[in-house]
Design a protein around this ligand. Structure first.
Ligand SMILES: [Zn+2]
Length: 327
């Protein structure tokens, strides 16, 4: 495809994660022209990560046969608390040691092009809104159930970013004031009760306490190999404790969903993330719990959809953000 001849608008999307970087050249219609995956060199600090981003950008430009001048803008989706106005990452659990890093300007200096920074979960919401399960919706919430819980809130067709850009941290709403400690330092956050790592922690605790279960055997007898996926395998093989733990996680998912439904009265909730791939065993108890807790009228107004873009939602949304902010 010769993109320079048909003058299609193009952006460069970057999905920066704690373990990998996905970079892609993306058209305004959401087509991915080229992509590059590479590990995030977190141990090399911001300078090393920026170098990896720039190298990756040059690879995707080369693959697509275009120059940086053919690109309208660059969108960077990054984890943690970032300020879209200043383009700085204030803090990020996935990027240890990063404090007030002016990531947007560091990348812009190296690539010599306009860059924009957006929170990764907000980027994923924007991706689903533009090209995925959220198409046509005006008020929806994107929930990613994964190692942690993230999300993006779309109000009247735009991602709601709050007064200073930090909105949408749905994983850190308090569900249990005396619940387990969360990575953020608070107790009983949604993420500390309903995420993949919460399920993993709970399963390990039961195994350590000597519960009758095949979970440890499914992990090859090694406690530190007990993961959410292992619990799922044990549950599928009929292990009762594993099934109970997943159902419990699902109920906590439902408590958080009910809160979101009552606060936002969304028309749609899009659910993505690796943990959601468990499907009914997790989501059935979640929906049952949410239905019991939410206002009936709001429950009747909401529909649920699975995220459609998979691992591409963040990079597509970062490109959408670049198109919107750059024009
Ligand atoms: Zn938290």
């Amino acid at each position: 495809m010769c993109v320079t001849e048909n003058m299609e608008r193009l952006a460069l999307g970057i999905d920066l994660g704690g373990t990998k970087i996905l970079t892609a050249i993306i058209s305004a219609r959401g087509e991915i022209l080229s992509r590059d995956y590479r590990a995030t060199p977190v141990q090399e600090g911001p300078d090393g990560v920026v170098k990896a981003i720039v190298d990756s950008a040059n690879v995707v430009l080369g693959q697509a046969g275009i120059a940086i001048t053919d690109i309208e803008a660059v969108g960077i989706g990054a984890p943690g608390i970032s300020n879209p106005d200043t383009g700085s990452i204030l803090t990020s659990p996935n990027l240890p040691g990063w404090c007030n890093v002016p990531l947007r300007d560091m990348v812009a200096d190296k690539l010599d092009i306009k860059c924009f920074l957006v929170n990764d979960a907000n980027a994923a919401a924007l991706g689903e809104l533009s090209f995925g399960a959220g198409r046509g919706a005006h008020n929806f919430i994107y929930v990613t159930l994964s190692t942690g819980i993230g999300g993006g809130i779309v109000v009247d067709g735009r991602v709601y970013s709050g007064a200073t850009g930090f909105a949408g941290e749905i994983g850190h709403m308090t569900i249990d004031d005396d619940g387990p400690l969360c990575n953020c330092g608070n107790k009983g956050c949604w993420e500390a009760l309903a995420s993949g790592s919460a399920l993993e922690t709970e399963a390990r605790r039961w195994v350590e306490e000597g519960a009758t279960t095949t979970i440890l055997a499914c992990a090859g007898g090694e406690l530190d190999k007990v993961t959410a996926r292992v619990v799922q395998v044990a549950a599928e093989q009929g292990d009762e404790l594993a099934q109970k733990l997943i159902a419990r996680t699902g109920r906590y998912v439902g408590v958080g969903l009910a809160n979101l439904i009552n606060i936002f009265n969304p028309e749609l909730i899009v659910i993505g993330g690796g943990l959601s791939n468990m499907g009914d065993v997790l989501l059935k108890p979640a929906f049952k719990e949410a239905e019991e807790r939410a206002y009936k009228a709001s429950w009747q107004a909401v529909r649920f959809a699975r995220a459609e873009l998979g691992a591409d939602s963040g990079v597509l949304g970062a490109a959408v953000f670049a198109f919107r902010e750059g024009s």
